[in-house]
Design a protein around this ligand. Structure first.
Ligand SMILES: [Zn+2]
Ligand SMILES: [Zn+2]
Length: 262
C-alpha cells in the first residue's frame, strides 16, 4: 500500500518531498529544506503574493495525528518570518484540537492550507514520474490502489459466470479488452479474463489491461477504439462499455513517464 512507502521516508526526505509537492502545486520556494534552521521553520513558499511558512511533520513511527503541542506558537512563527500564511504538510492527519486552532488562525487573518495524507495520496498520481522516483521505488506498483478503497470501483469480467474484478492487482495480467461482432454485424467492446472472453474477440485488435494502464498505451488504444467504432456498426452498449472500461483503467493508470509497458 502507498501509505507504507510514505512511512519509509526519513523526516529529511519528507521535507524534500514536501518541497516537490508544493512546487508541483504552483508554489514558489523561497527557503527550502536545506536552508531551514531548527527554529520551527521548515520552508517558506509563496503563491499568489502570499508567503507561507511550511511545517512538515512526518510521524512515520507513531503514525499519530499531529496535535496542538507539536505546533506551538504558529502565529508568532508566521509573523517572525514575514509570512501571511501557514501550510501544514503532514504524513498523517491533524487532531480536532489542532484543526480548531487552524480555524482560529484563519479568523485572525492567517491563511492556512492543510495538506494531509489523504490529500497527498490524491496529488501523487498527478505528479511526474521522475520526481516520484526520487522517493519511491517501482512507482507503478505502489500506484496500484492509490485511489481510496471507498471510492474504488471494480470492473467485472463480462462473462456472467465469472465476474472477477479484472482491474484487481492479481487479475490485471490475466485480462484483456477487445471487440466481437455479433450475428447482426454489430460490434461490441468487451473486457474480461483472457480465459473467459479471449475466444470471442473476433476482431484482430485487442489490448492487455496491463498494457493500457500505461497512459501512453491508453492513448493508442483510444485511437484504435475510435477507428473501430467508425469502421463498424457499434452496438447500443458499445460506448457505455467503453466508458466503464476507461473509468476503471483510470483507477490503475500509470502516469506519464513512469515507465513503459514491455
Ligand atoms: Zn486494484
Ligand atoms: Zn472472467
Amino acid at each position: 500500500m502507498y501509505q507504507e512507502e510514505i512511512c519509509r521516508l526519513s523526516p529529511n526526505e519528507w521535507e524534500w518531498f514536501a518541497q516537490d509537492v508544493l512546487f508541483h502545486l504552483g508554489f514558489m520556494i523561497h527557503v527550502g529544506p536545506s536552508e531551514g534552521t531548527d527554529d520551527g521553520l521548515d520552508m517558506i513558499v509563496e503563491r499568489e503574493k502570499t508567503k507561507y511558512l511550511v511545517s512538515c511533520k512526518h510521524n512515520h513511527k507513531s503514525r499519530k495525528n499531529v496535535g496542538v503541542r507539536e505546533e506551538s506558537d504558529i502565529r508568532d512563527r508566521v509573523a517572525q518570518h514575514n509570512c501571511e500564511g501557514f501550510i501544514a504538510f503532514y504524513s498523517v492527519g491533524a487532531t480536532t484540537a489542532l484543526k480548531r486552532k487552524f480555524i482560529s488562525l484563519e479568523e485572525a487573518g492567517i491563511g492556512v492550507i492543510e495538506i494531509y495524507l489523504d490529500n497527498i495520496l490524491d496529488i501523487i498520481p498527478t505528479m511526474l514520474g521522475f520526481t516520484l522516483q526520487k522517493y519511491f521505488q517501482r512507482p507503478q506498483e505502489i500506484h496500484h490502489h492509490v485511489v481510496q478503497s471507498c471510492s474504488y470501483k471494480p470492473l467485472k469480467c463480462m462473462s456472467e459466470a465469472c465476474e472477477k474484478d479484472i482491474v484487481s492487482k492479481e487479475r490485471i495480467p490475466l485480462s484483456l479488452a477487445g471487440f466481437c461482432i455479433d450475428d447482426e454485424g454489430f460490434i461490441h467492446l468487451i473486457y474480461g479474463c483472457k480465459s473467459c472472453v479471449g475466444y470471442c474477440c473476433s476482431h484482430p485488435c485487442w489490448a492487455e489491461i496491463g498494457q493500457i494502464r500505461y497512459i501512453e498505451q491508453m492513448l493508442i488504444w483510444r485511437s484504435i477504439v475510435d477507428e473501430v467504432a467508425i469502421q463498424n456498426k457499434p452496438a447500443t452498449n458499445f460506448y457505455k462499455h467503453w466508458a466503464q472500461l476507461q473509468e476503471a483503467i483510470l483507477q490503475i493508470q500509470v502516469p506519464q513517464g513512469w515507465g513503459r509497458w514491455i
